[in-house]
Write a protein that binds this ligand. Sequence first.
Ligand code: MTE
Ligand code: HPA
Ligand code: MOS
Length: 749
Amino acid sequence: MQNIDSNTHLRGESIYLDDINVQHGTLYAACFDSAIAHGKILSLDVSGALQMHGVVHVFTHEDIVGQNQIGGIVPDEPLLADGHVHFCGMPIALVVAETDEAARAAVKKIKVEIEPLEVITDPRVAFAKGDLIVPPRKFNMGDVDGAWSTCEHIFEGVVDTNGQEHLYIETQGAYTVPAENGSIKVYSSTQGPTAVQRAVSKVTGLPMHQIEVDVTRLGGGFGGKEDQANTWAALCAMATQKLKRPVKYSLHRMEDMRMTGKRHPYSTDFKIGLDKDLNMIAYEASFYQNAGAAADLSPAILERTLFHCTNSYYVPNVRATAYSCRTHLPPNTAFRGFGGPQGMFVMEAAITKAAEALNVDASVIQQRNLLVTNDELPYGQKVVSEANECWNKADELYNIEQVKKQVTDFNATNKQYKKGVALMPICFGISFTNTMMNNARSLVHVYSDGSVVVSTGAVEMGQGVNTKILQVAAKTFSIDPAKVKVNSTNTYRIANTSPSAASATADLNGKATLIACNAILERLKQVASNELTISVDRIELKDEFVFVDAQKTETTWLQVIAWAFMKRVSLSEHAHYATPEIHYDKTKEKGHPFAYHVYGTAIITTTVDCLRGTYEIDSVKVVHDFGSSMNKAIDLGQIEGGIVQGIGWMTLEEIIYDKEGKLRSNALSTYKVPDIYSVPKEITIEFLDTDKDNLAIFKSKAVGEPPLMYGIGAYFALHNAIKAFNPNAKLAFDAPMTAEKLLMGLYSK
Ligand code: MTE
Ligand code: HPA
Ligand code: MOS
C-alpha cells in the first residue's frame, strides 16, 4: 500500500503549519533572543520596538500569567529570560505585530545590556566544576575490576562525537487562536501534542481542558520537535491570552538553527579487554554528555546511551557511567537514536582500536562477539537475538570476504585513491526507556455509510505512521482502505499521549487501534449473528461481506452497519494499550525495559581521494531485521533516509560553536548536509523476514531510528581508507570525519 500522503505531497497540497489559512485579525510574533551565551541582564529597553509601526505589544517574562517555566523532566528552563541568559539564542522578549515583517523589524530595535559571565561549552569542563543536570547514572554487570586480570589484551582511548542539526524541512512554529471563555486552540508542529498542551497550560495558568492542540502533520521532526516545539506554542499562547487575537510564529531557518538544541555531543573514555580468542571480556566507559543550558530530554537520552553502550555484542563484565553536563549551549535534545548512536560509536571505536593493535580485521572481533539469544545485556534484559542471522545473511548475499578482497586489490593498484570498508551491526531497543510512557489510545468511529475515521496520539512526520494505522483499521475490518480516514492528532480526541518518538508510534497507537477495531468488529458480528440467526462463531466479516462457515453470503458490511445502527449498537470505540512485559528498576539499573530489539548488519564501502581529502560512499549493503514488514515501501524509505542521515552525522555535518558559545555553522552555507551528490552510490537493503512472536504491530518491527546507526560504519570505512594510504596515520576517534579532518589524517604521522 502506498503512503496515503503521496498524492497531496506531490501536488503540494498537504497542509503544514504555515499552510493553515489564518483568521482575520491574526498577529505575528518574533523573538528577541540573546547574543550572549551567559550573563546577567542589567537592563532591557523595548521602547524602540513599541514605537514601530504595526507593533501591538512586546512581551517579557513579566507578562506571563502562569509560570515562566517550560522544563519537561526538570523545571530548569524559563520560557523568557528573567535576570540571566544561559545560551545564545535564548528568548528574552517577544514582539507581536500586525505583520510578520513589522514584528521582525521591531525586534531589531530592542536594546539589552548584559554583563557577561564565564561561558562553558565543553562538557568535561562542566563536569570538573561539578555542574551536572542530574546525578550520574551507572550500569554494572559482572565484575569489571576482577576481569581485567583475566584479559590478554587491554586498550584504552578517548572518543568524541559532535552534535547534529535536525534540519527538518519545516521549521518550528505555532499558531494559536482564541476560543470561547478564554480557551485557546493551538496548531503546533510538534511530535508531542500533550507536551505542548502541558507547557501552554503551565505558562498561561489555564487548565489543560482549556487548551486544544491540533496537529495535522510535520515536515519532519527527527526528535527536534519532541520537546522543543513547546517554546513557540507557549509564546504564541501567552500572546493570544493577553491580546485575545490569533497569533502565529513560523521560524526562519537561521532562527531555528540558532535557537534550538541539537543532537548531544559526547566525549567519552573507554577501556576494553579481550581474551586470546578475541572474546570481549570487559568494557568500561565514562560518557560526558554535553546537555546544554537546561535539562530538556537530556536525562532520558543519557540513559539510552548506557542501554546501547555495548551495541549488538555480548560483554560479560561492563561498567558504564554517564554524566549529563550543563554547558552554555542551547539545550540539546532528542535526535533519531536518542543517545543510542553516541553509545554505539564508542564501542565501535574500541573494537577498531583493538583490531588495529592486534592486526586483525575489526569484523573478526565484531562477529565473534555478536549477541545470541538469551545473552544478557548490562541492564539485565535477556535478548531474542537476530544479530548472527543478519550478519550471516549479509555474508551469504554480499560475500564479506569478497568485498574486502576487492578493496584490498583496489588499494594495491591505486595510489591516489584508496578504498575502505567497514561492517556495522546494530541492536536497538524498542520502547520508551521510561516504562510509564509506553501506552497509547485510539478512537474509532464507524459512520452509518460504512466509512471509518481513526484518531490516535500518533503524529505523522513523514515516517508513514498514519498509513500504517489506516492499514490496521482496514485490515481488521477487512474493508477497502479508501473507506478509512486517519484524523489529525488532537488533544480533545485523544488525551495524555506520549510523544511520537522512540520508534514506537506505530506499535503503540497501532495496537490501540487494533483493540478498538476488534471491539467494534465483535459487536458487528454479534449483530449479524442475531439478524441472520446463525451462531456468532460461524460468522466472519471479510472483504466487506458476511461469510458464514467461510462461505460468502449476500450480506454486506454496509448492511451490518445499518442493522447495528437500527439496533442502537455502538459503532464507536475508544481503546487503551499499554505494552505488556516491560519493567525497569532504576535503583538497581536492571529490568526488561524493551518490548524487543531490532537488529541488522551493514557493509559500507568508501573511496577516498588522497590528494584532496574528498570521498564518496560507494555502497551500503544491509540485511535488516524487519520482522514481517506491514509496509515495505515505507520501511525501505525509513532505512534509506536513516542511513543517509547517519552518514551525514558521521561525515559531513559539523556543528561549530565558538568559545563564546555562538553558533558559527548557523546556515546551510556553513553547515553541510547530505545532498544527492553525497549519498551512497548504491544502497541495497535485504529483508531478514521473521515471523516470531514479538510485541510489534502485526509483527512488523519498528523501523524509525535503528537504520541511522548503519551510518556509523561510514566513519570507520573512511578511517580504514586513510590507514590503507598511511598505515602510520595518527587518527583520533573524533566524528564527524569531514574532508578537512580526513586530509589532515592522511598526512599525519
Ligand atoms: N522519518 C521522517 N520522514 N521524518 C521524521 O521526522 N523521525 C524519526 C523516524 N523517522 C522521522 C522519521 C524519529 S527520531 C523517530 S523516533 C521515528 O521516526 C518516529 O516515528 P515512529 O515511532 O512512527 O517510527
Ligand atoms: N526514546 C525517545 N524519546 C523518548 C524516550 C525514549 O526512550 N524517552 C522519553 N522520550
Ligand atoms: Mo525520535 S529521537 O525518538 O523523536
